[in-house]
Design a protein around this ligand. Structure first.
Ligand code: IYR
Length: 220
């Protein structure tokens, strides 16, 4: 097959400005915190749409773009999701979770109450396409779906943060109920549930530290 190409010449930042640019970006990224207390102040749909467009620019295996973003503001749908998620989480915290996992979560102060699922003005449910369905319902293989969707969610979280919007990376387990509520086809698997909104005015977050560069990077 003939490879069709188009010219590509993104903005060229001179070498002496590269570090400055990245340092500014680091300051912004570093200020992001995962939030569990959301304000119910509205966020315009166009903001969510644009953030999803940014997420959709992520690289993906064989450029299959194996993702669907379901953005929910309908209070009734949010209520259904909260009800189901709390059911699962109650079982997790009270029965399924092994002690080591509960110990690991203790510094985060999480429990089965998920009021953010109805407080936040938006919920974005991200679905991973394990395969595509062809015109005759035949299965078409996808590649590196988890990596691709993970990168897209990273883009999404960072884009929302840069617009002043907080997120919570929530993965109720099992999440299969989300496919039914969001009415997605069988090839799509719930990947993450992100409440999105402004942090509550009295929002507090755990006093966590991030690993310094020396602990996360090796230069050879
Ligand atoms: N899904 C549960 C438990 C939980 C698990 C991890 I790993 C976290 O970093 C935080 C929570 C919940 O959402 O409460």
């Amino acid at each position: 097959m003939e490879l069709r190409t188009v010219p590509y010449s993104p903005e060229r930042i001179p070498q002496d400005q590269v570090v400055e640019r990245l340092t500014q970006d680091f300051e912004v990224a570093s200020a992001r915190r995962t939030v569990r207390a959301f304000s119910s102040d509205p966020v315009p749909q166009e903001a969510i749409q644009t953030a999803i467009r940014i997420a959709g620019t992520a690289p993906s295996g064989a450029h299959r773009q194996p993702w669907t973003f379901v953005a929910i503001s309908d209070p009734e749908v949010k209520r259904q999701i909260r009800e189901k998620a709390e059911e699962e989480e109650k079982d997790f915290y009270e029965r399924r979770a092994p002690q080591d996992w509960l110990d690991a979560l203790a510094p985060l102060g999480t429990d089965f109450h998920k009021s953010h699922l109805t407080d936040a003005p938006w919920l974005i449910v991200v679905f991973r396409h394990d395969y595509e369905l062809g015109p005759n319902k035949e299965r078409i293989k996808n590649y590196y779906m988890t990596e691709s969707v993970g990168i897209a969610v990273g883009f999404l979280i960072q884009a929302l943060h840069r617009a002043g919007l907080a997120t919570l990376t929530h993965t109720p387990a099992p999440m299969t109920f989300l496919r039914e509520i969001c009415q997605r086809p069988e090839n799509e698997k719930p990947f993450v549930l992100l409440p999105v909104g402004y942090p509550a005015p009295d929002c507090h977050v755990p006093d966590l530290q991030r690993k310094p560069l020396e602990e996360i990077a090796v230069f050879l």
